[in-house]
Design a binder for this molecule. Structure first.
Ligand SMILES: Cc1cc2nc3c(=O)[nH]c(=O)nc-3n(C[C@H](O)[C@H](O)[C@H](O)COP(=O)(O)OP(=O)(O)OC[C@H]3O[C@@H](n4cnc5c(N)ncnc54)[C@H](O)[C@@H]3O)c2cc1C
Length: 456
């Protein structure tokens, strides 16, 4: 075969950028494309909180945190009631430390280990994040690195519309510009890093009707292209009903309030002032419960102390700076400012505070350790949201797409929302960090597999 135009085509410049950078660093000639000209502020990676779970890192060791690949896999399997693919869970648990180390040592992104709270389902402090705790900084840094990397050609807007194979090996990628002009580039490998199908309302209604009417808070090009392209080549799919929901999106600013508000001790009441579920279950599954409440809305009630703790998050600061946080010295003032019934709100806050201090059981069965609320108070009106879908093409531990016989389709890879995740079914299996570890981790693994096949 004549030398192909590229050793690897990466479609999708979210988590896919990691795949492009790693492959290029290992000597591959890479074409990186994105359908969205404004991908760096419109895709999921740019919108995220930049929390990457990784066991066994040097940052954990320095902090004296005990953790292991096996412990992380056990947490993933517990959160999904043993339904996640154990092979993939193990591969992603294993790649966490090399990935975070590579981000630091190769890309100059110094991680910070999050110690002050722990997302539900994680048995150790293993979420690593970066300055600002926002994906836009992470992605911008990686994209700038990709632009400097001589082995990478980055073209946007350019959409992957098809991949051709001779039945044994990927041969080419069909890419189209916004005018519909189609170009074929020869390549033995394509990484589908195009995210899931959260922006495809028909597919969302088919697979996850409970969240179909909620606000979609993700990339507009998450239309399910990887599913269409991968299935046409014989790729198998799984967990298509899995998704990450979120119950803490500000109704006023439509930006993330952040679940740290709740983890520190905040409670969520509906528009009639009642709590309706234990907040300790997790933000993803809480979204559908919030969607069922009157008006599909509610309020996170916190206090000044928690608001101060959360100001380390850029997203929380954005909500506050745009008027999304109501301040009050007393519950009566808070009720007046939020139009919540004062008697109900008083009862709910006082009961929750007694439970948080251990003086009485929590009526909702909440079981996490938390700070009891005390004046002055803050409240943020929230609405449920769909962040991204978690099911997709079945992949092995090297991100290779598998066919119905579990054989790899040679040269076809999937990562992030394009691949089946490790979140089981529905919303409840989503463990915080499952999004990025699948997006960055699978892209990293795909790159290493592609590099291992390069002619020497
Ligand atoms: C507010 C928010 C906070 C989050 N916080 C976290 C967190 O802290 N930790 C965590 O693990 N996860 C988090 N997530 C989830 C995480 O952001 C996603 O799981 C992850 O970023 C998905 O990466 P991706 O590469 O699959 O998709 P994206 O980052 O969305 O990238 C896909 C790209 O593909 C492009 N594209 C689509 N179709 C085509 C095509 N046919 N051809 C070319 N390009 C195409 C799109 O334009 C897009 O740029 C969060 C999500 C949100 C919304």
């Amino acid at each position: 075969m004549a030398q192909p135009d590229f050793d690897l085509v990466v479609a999708g410049a979210g988590g896919g950028v990691v795949g492009a950078l790693r492959a290029a660093e290992l000597g591959a000639r890479v074409l990186l494309i994105d359908a969205d000209e404004h991908f760096h502020r419109g895709n999921n990676t740019s919108m995220c909180t930049a929390m990457i779970p990784a066991p066994g890192t040097r940052w954990q060791q320095a902090a004296g945190v005990e953790d292991s690949r096996e412990q992380f896999v056990a947490d993933i399997m517990d959160k999904t009631h043993q339904t996640a693919d154990a092979t993939l869970a193990d591969a992603l648990a294993a790649v966490g430390a090399p990935l975070v180390t590579w981000l630091a040592d190769s890309q100059g992104l110094e991680p910070e280990l999050v110690r002050e709270f722990r997302y539900p389902g994680h048995s150790a402090d293993r979420c690593h994040t970066f300055t600002g705790r926002h994906g836009s900084h992470l992605l911008r840094h990686l994209v700038e690195s990709a632009r400097r990397q001589p082995n990478i050609e980055l073209i946007t807007p350019m959409r992957l519309i098809d991949v051709t194979s001779d039945g044994a090996q990927v041969q080419a990628a069909q890419i189209a510009n916004p005018d519909g002009v189609v170009e074929e580039v020869s390549t033995p490998a394509v990484l589908l890093a195009t995210n899931g199908y959260g922006a495809n309302r028909d597919l969302v209604r088919t697979w996850m009707p409970e969240i179909a009417d909620a606000h979609y808070h993700g990339g507009q090009y998450s239309l399910g292209d990887a599913l269409r392209i991968g299935e046409a080549l014989g790729g198998k799919t799984a967990f298509l009903d899995a998704y990450q929901g979120h119950a803490a999106l500000s109704s006023r600013t439509q930006t993330l309030v952040g679940w740290a508000t709740v983890l520190h001790g905040g409670i969520i009441v509906n528009s009639q002032g009642h709590r309706f579920a234990p907040e300790s279950i997790g933000y993803s599954e809480f979204a559908a419960l919030l969607a069922q409440q009157p008006g599909s809305t509610g309020w996170i009630v916190i206090d000044e102390h928690i608001a101060d703790l959360c100001s380390v998050f850029e997203d929380f600061r954005t909500v506050a700076e745009n008027g999304g946080v109501v301040s009050a010295d007393s519950i009566e003032e808070l009720a007046a400012k939020t139009s919540l019934p004062v008697d109900t709100l008083t009862d709910q806050v006082q009961t929750a505070s007694r439970a948080a201090s251990g003086a009485a059981p929590d009526p909702q069965g909440r079981n996490d350790s938390r700070h009891p609320l005390a004046p002055p108070y803050r409240a943020i009106q929230v609405m449920p949201a769909l962040f991204h879908t978690q099911g997709g093409l079945v992949v092995d531990g090297s991100a290779r797409v598998l066919d119905a016989d579990d054989e790899p389709l040679r040269g076809l890879y999937a990562s992030g929302g394009a691949a089946m995740g490790i979140s089981g079914h529905g919303a409840a299996g989503y463990l915080a960090g499952n999004g990025l570890i699948a997006a960055l981790g699978l892209a990293f693994l795909a790159a290493e597999d592609v590099a291992s096949t390069l002619p020497t």
